[in-house]
Design a protein around this ligand. Structure first.
Ligand code: RTP
Length: 154
């Protein structure tokens, strides 16, 4: 199976109307959308998603932020989509993310709650992508194959 990643538009991205813009960037790059839902999650679900960060000082602020409004959960597929997806997203701290990246173009600053409001999340490895897709899409991604494939991959 081709590589997949989990991408989440965080509550600030949804509130600011960036959903279409973000989906468009992944589509135009040539990645394939394999899962999509607008969803509000509760505290225990957000804590499970960010369980690796539970010891961090910003953990509770991060969870508060993620449950503060609906998020858009997505599965994207394609060659090197995990690494390339992280490049499209940009550095964690918006103050350091390069222009041209999503965070570089649409976020400015670390939040006062000591938790970055940085618009979007992307899996940091193929393995965490697998875990996150299983958590957010227990029903599994949608299986479909696009006929534009040969125009993207020779
Ligand atoms: P993400 O998991 O959301 O894609 O972000 P990331 O890999 O770039 O960063 P990570 O270290 O996993 O942190 C997860 C999210 O926690 C918030 N954060 N705040 N105050 C801080 O120093 C701080 N560090 C991280 C951000 O919302 C970050 O995306």
């Amino acid at each position: 199976m081709a590589e997949q990643t989990f991408i989440m538009i965080k509550p600030d991205g949804v509130q600011r109307g960036l959903v279409g813009e973000i989906i468009s960037r992944f589509e135009k790059k040539g990645f394939f959308l394999k899962g999509l839902k607008l969803i509000s999650v509760d505290r225990s679900f957000a804590e499970r998603h960010y369980s690796d960060l539970s010891a961090k000082p910003f953990f509770s602020g991060l969870v508060d932020y993620i449950i503060s409004g609906p998020v858009v959960a997505m599965v994207w597929e394609g060659k090197n989509v995990v690494t390339t997806g992280r490049k499209i997203i940009g550095a964690t701290n918006p103050a350091e993310s390069a222009p041209g990246t999503i965070r570089g173009d649409f976020a400015i600053d670390i939040g006062r709650s000591l938790c970055n409001r940085n618009v979007i999340h992307g899996s940091d490895s193929v393995e965490s992508g697998r875990k996150e897709i299983a958590l957010w899409f227990p029903e599994g991604p949608v299986a479909w194959s696009s006929s534009v494939h040969p125009w993207i991959y020779e």
